[in-house]
Ligand binder design. Structure first.
Ligand SMILES: [Fe+2]
Ligand SMILES: [Fe+2]
Length: 192
């Protein structure tokens, strides 16, 4: 899906479906962090008009996703707990180049890959018969939105960097992403 080089471990969705409240809490934090990352990108690159415009749209959507999942938790009588962190995102972010302009390219492509993997996970959740139908519908709707975010980040990369450079680095990061996913233990988190 979206160029990802490895599929998620098949046992992940079984673990996720059996621990829905934990998945929803972790998912809410993912949406919150996606919105926060949009703000961080504006803070880093305030003079890049197209980037700022795209990030404003993204922040609105991710904040709405956060609201959807928060309300889903509330309906179940569950409060948010503290964010326990995301090893997948931390490991992937560790590969961001320290120096500009490559740093900006890497921030855009790493964000694109996180969207792509989230999209794959939503697809698995939306097809899982052990998950309530209304939640499966919500996952299906989110899937389309996150695929749009993947395109927004890759389009921004191509707007600011030469096409060949984007493709080469995307290919490298796809290999790195696949290696990270293969070695993560299957846990009841969105990216676990
Ligand atoms: Fe989202
Ligand atoms: Fe997203």
């Amino acid at each position: 899906m979206l160029g990802l080089k490895t599929a998620s471990n098949s046992e992940w969705v079984t673990i996720a479906a059996a621990n829905l409240e934990q998945i929803l809490i972790d998912h809410a934090h993912c949406e919150k962090k996606a919105a926060a990352n949009g703000m961080a990108m504006i803070a880093r690159y305030p003079d890049r008009d197209q980037l700022v415009r795209e990030m404003i749209a993204l922040i609105k959507e991710e904040t709405e996703h956060f609201e959807f999942i928060f309300e889903e938790l509330q309906r179940r009588g569950v409060s948010l707990t503290r964010d326990r962190g995301d090893r997948y995102v931390q490991e992937l972010s560790g590969h961001v180049n320290k120096n500009e302009p490559r740093r900006m390219l890497d921030f855009l492509l790493v964000a694109a890959l996180i969207e792509a993997r989230s999209c794959e996970r939503f697809s698995l959740l939306s097809k899982c018969e052990d998950i309530p139908a209304d939640l499966r519908t919500l996952y299906h709707e989110l899937l389309a939105s996150e695929a749009g975010h993947y395109r927004a980040f890759t389009d921004l990369a191509r707007a600011y960097f030469p096409r060949e450079e984007v493709q080469q680095r995307l290919d490298e990061l796809l290999d790195i992403e696949a290696a990270i996913v293969r070695q993560l233990p299957s846990e009841p988190t969105m990216h676990g």
